[in-house]
Ligand binder design. Structure first.
Ligand code: NDP
Length: 240
């Protein structure tokens, strides 16, 4: 069914694969991004998927964007909270700014966008929400106190909101990707990455498409009985 899907951070990395997979599944997809205009223009040209620029950590910008998307395309029935950043540093180096940036972008964004689409989903008695967490929110990671806290928060957020949406046929699930070959992971020093890959039973990094397949599955109309769950897609690296 041609439902409208908003994928945050949906024009590159994992988000781009999610946007394309949802489009292939027949959804009307809008991809959001923060500032990388070149990536957005190239993505729209290649896929035909429209992109919209706003900061997911800013409630007012989110509100204006949701209003614009719904006016142009129709009500958002599928929301994928994928946008995320890292600002890594051990506690010794972890500034208040690095903490706030990661919490606001990765976790605050889930509040902002869920809050803004929630009443509409409730009124229509249908919704599919997928929040992208992380293996590092499940297991923790040295030098990522801020990121692990935000991603772990996403998992709790998901379980709580799922309980509120269930009777209205709104499902809320999370996906916890392992290490996926995107720019975020390419920023990890090669010697560290080599050690990480050695710990992945499947023997390779994840591909963005591996995550996208999970999003298509969880957002299907038929997936109503799956809510409040976290789907780990990590090549067996962490069995939780
Ligand atoms: P990328 O760094 O490749 O892309 C991040 C995306 O988020 C971009 O589209 C970016 O927009 C957007 N974005 C960042 N900040 C904001 C903001 N403030 N407002 C709006 N959009 C924003 O990330 P990945 O594809 O690697 O990761 C996608 C998600 O998956 C993230 O939540 C990440 O934490 C999670 N994840 C990734 C893993 C991995 O191994 N790659 C592992 C586990 C989880 P722009 O291009 O304009 O900057």
């Amino acid at each position: 069914m041609s439902r409208v899907a908003l994928v945050t951070g949906g024009q590159r990395g994992i988000g781009a694969a999610i946007s394309e997979a949802l489009k292939a599944a027949g959804r009307k997809v809008v991809a959001s991004y923060a500032g990388n205009d070149a990536a957005a223009a190239a993505f729209t040209e290649r896929t035909g998927i429209p992109c919209i620029k706003f900061d997911v950590s800013d409630f007012e910008q989110c509100a204006a964007a949701v209003q614009k998307i719904e006016a142009e395309h129709g009500p958002i029935e599928i929301l994928v909270n994928n946008a995320g950043i890292t600002r890594d540093g051990t506690m010794k180096r972890l500034s208040r700014q690095m903490w706030d940036d990661v919490i606001d972008t990765n976790l605050g964004s889930c509040y902002n966008l869920c809050k803004l689409v929630w009443d509409g989903m409730m009124a229509r008695q249908f919704g599919r929400i997928v929040n992208i967490g992380s293996i590092n929110g499940q297991a923790g990671q040295y030098g990522q106190v801020n990121y692990a806290a935000a991603k772990s928060g996403i998992h709790g957020f998901t379980k709580a909101l799922a309980q509120e949406g269930a009777r209205a046929h709104i499902t809320v699930n999370a996906i916890a990707p392992g290490y996926v070959d995107t720019e975020m992971v390419r920023a990890v020093p090669p010697e560290v990455l080599e050690k990480i890959v050695a710990r992945i039973p499947i023997g390779r990094l994840g591909r963005a498409e591996d995550i996208a397949r999970g999003v298509v599955f969880l957002t299907a109309d038929e997936a109503e009985f799956i809510t409040g769950s976290t789907l780990s897609i990590n090549g067996g690296q962490h069995m939780y």
